[in-house]
Structures are given as structure tokens and as C-alpha cells.
Design a protein around this ligand. Structure first.
Ligand SMILES: [Zn+2]
Length: 285
């Protein structure tokens, strides 16, 4: 195993910063390095333009330009974590045409110009054995202490498509000797219905004292998230015993009852592991 290294595979520029940014900042201080990997080509999205009065206007952006902006921002985020992004470059499921309307990228759809579109679309990448093998080989080659990615309970289709791809690759890597664990992120997406209606996890990393710096990290993605401090973070003290934490779900492969500790990061996840925890943020706990 490469010493003190964690692999995170997010769908989009900013996902890693949002979902595990606090944990990574904490463990960076403890000497850890990171494999910062993005599954999509980041060609789709809107630019959040900040107006003089502090309000935001969302502007459509053509794929080539969007990819360039978001990858530049990912470089900045990864640099703060002492690493460089690796892009798997699966094209996103839609994009903006030059006249501003959205085009769905489905089976057989034409690929947009001026951006990286050599691979299958992200929604179907997990159905392609060659792509599953590509990610499995990456896990085997880098041999991180643990792999972190999107869970399957998320309202972003590109997040769960990434989660399925990573899960299949993880299982394949295990068959070939990989000994680390897979954990799913708990997503803090503001709009996520799951955050409020289906809130469960089984372990966490205490990131108390790292939230402000995490905002600086997220702010690297200025075109998408100019004001991360406006996000609605729960006080997790009643359930975790600490103000700020990042939550995870341990993916339990057949024949393995509990997560295993391979270093300080996974030791903390093992220490905080208690299966099937639920939380109703509106209820007294
Ligand atoms: Zn995302």
C-alpha cells in the first residue's frame, strides 16, 4: 500500500471539496496525500455570476468553455490539497448549445465540439467492461488506504452513475488483491431531498476547526459556488459529539462484516463506525 494516501472519485469539479474537503484538509496536516479524481469532463453547467448587490445570475456556457473553466478551478482546489486532478473525462449527460438551450446526451447523441468527448457518456460508463477495468486498474495501481466516492442515494444522476462505476471497479480490484475499503460520501448538496428525508450514515470524520478552511477550498470553484459559507451545514453535535463532521457509509462487500483500519484515516472511520445510523434534523435527539 502507498503510505498515507486516500483516493476520492467525484463526478464534478467541487464535489470532492464539498463532500470530503474538511477531512482532506485535516489529514493533509497529518501528512496524507490524495488521489483527486473526477469522472466527468465537466462540460456542462452554468456560471454563477455575482452581481454588485451580492445576488447571483446563472449564465449558460458552451461545453468547451465550461470544461476549461471548471478544470482550471479543479487545478486550484487540488493544489490546495497538494495534488493534481486526474480526469476520467466521461462526457456529462447534457450540455448547453450556443443558443443557450440544453441538449440531452443520450445513446447515439452527437458529441459537442471543442471539448473532451472520447469516452462513453458518464451515465453508461459503468456498463462498459473496459471502463470498469480502467478504474479498477487505477485503484490497484495507486493502492490507496481507502476509496471514497458518491453513494447511490443521491439526486444527481451523474453522482450515482459515478458511484456505480466506482463500486463495480472496487469489487473487481478486490478480486485482484486490493485490501482497502470503499466508503460513500454523504452529500451536503443544498438542494438534496435526501439530506432532509433520507439521512443515514455509519461513520464520520471529525472536522471541527476545518470548516472555514474548507470554505476557502470550495471557493476555488468560484464559477459554481461563489459563497460556500451560505450553505446550510447541520450542527452534528447531537449525533457525532462534534460540531462539524463529514459523514460516510461503509460499503460492505460480501464476507466482510466491518471496515478495516490501514492507517490513521481509516482508524478514525473504524473508531466512529456504528452501522445504520439515522438522523432527523428536525427532531430532538
Ligand atoms: Zn456534483
Amino acid at each position: 500500500m502507498s503510505e498515507r494516501k486516500i483516493m476520492a472519485i467525484g463526478a464534478h469539479a467541487d464535489d470532492i471539496e464539498f463532500d470530503v474537503g474538511g477531512s482532506f484538509l485535516k489529514y493533509q496536516k497529518a501528512g496524507y496525500g490524495f488521489d483527486y479524481i473526477m469522472s466527468t469532463n465537466n462540460m456542462s453547467g452554468q456560471i454563477h455570476q455575482v452581481n454588485p448587490d451580492g445576488s447571483m445570475t446563472r449564465l449558460e456556457c458552451v461545453p468547451g468553455k465550461m470544461e476549461e473553466i471548471r478544470k482550471r478551478e479543479a487545478d486550484a482546489g487540488a493544489a490546495m490539497l497538494g495534488t493534481r486532478p486526474l480526469h476520467l473525462d466521461y462526457p456529462q449527460r447534457h450540455y448547453s448549445a450556443p443558443d443557450g438551450h440544453r441538449i440531452n446526451a443520450d445513446y447515439g447523441a452527437p458529441k459537442p465540439e471543442n471539448c473532451t468527448c472520447d469516452r462513453p457518456f458518464i451515465m453508461v460508463a459503468h456498463e462498459c467492461p473496459a471502463e470498469v477495468k480502467r478504474v479498477a486498474d487505477l485503484i490497484l495501481e495507486r493502492d490507496p488506504e481507502a476509496v471514497l466516492s458518491h453513494g447511490l442515494v443521491t439526486d444527481s444522476p451523474e453522482h450515482y452513475a459515478t458511484g456505480i462505476l466506482v463500486t463495480k471497479a472496487f469489487l473487481q480490484a478486490r478480486k485482484q488483491g486490493y485490501r482497502g475499503d470503499l466508503y460513500y460520501f454523504f452529500e451536503l448538496c443544498e438542494s438534496s431531498m435526501f439530506k432532509r428525508e433520507f439521512f443515514f450514515w455509519d461513520s464520520f470524520i471529525d472536522i471541527t476547526g476545518f470548516r472555514e478552511k474548507q470554505f476557502d477550498l470550495i471557493r476555488c470553484h468560484y464559477s459554481a459556488v461563489p459563497f460556500p459559507e451560505r450553505m446550510d451545514y447541520f450542527d452534528l453535535t447531537p449525533v457525532c459529539g462534534c460540531r462539524d463532521a463529514e459523514l460516510f457509509n461503509f460499503f460492505r462487500p460480501e464476507g466482510q462484516q466491518k471496515p478495516s483500519a490501514r492507517g490513521k484515516f481509516t482508524e478514525e472511520l473504524c473508531r466512529n463506525y456504528r452501522p445504520h445510523r439515522w438522523y432527523d434534523p428536525g427532531a430532538e435527539n
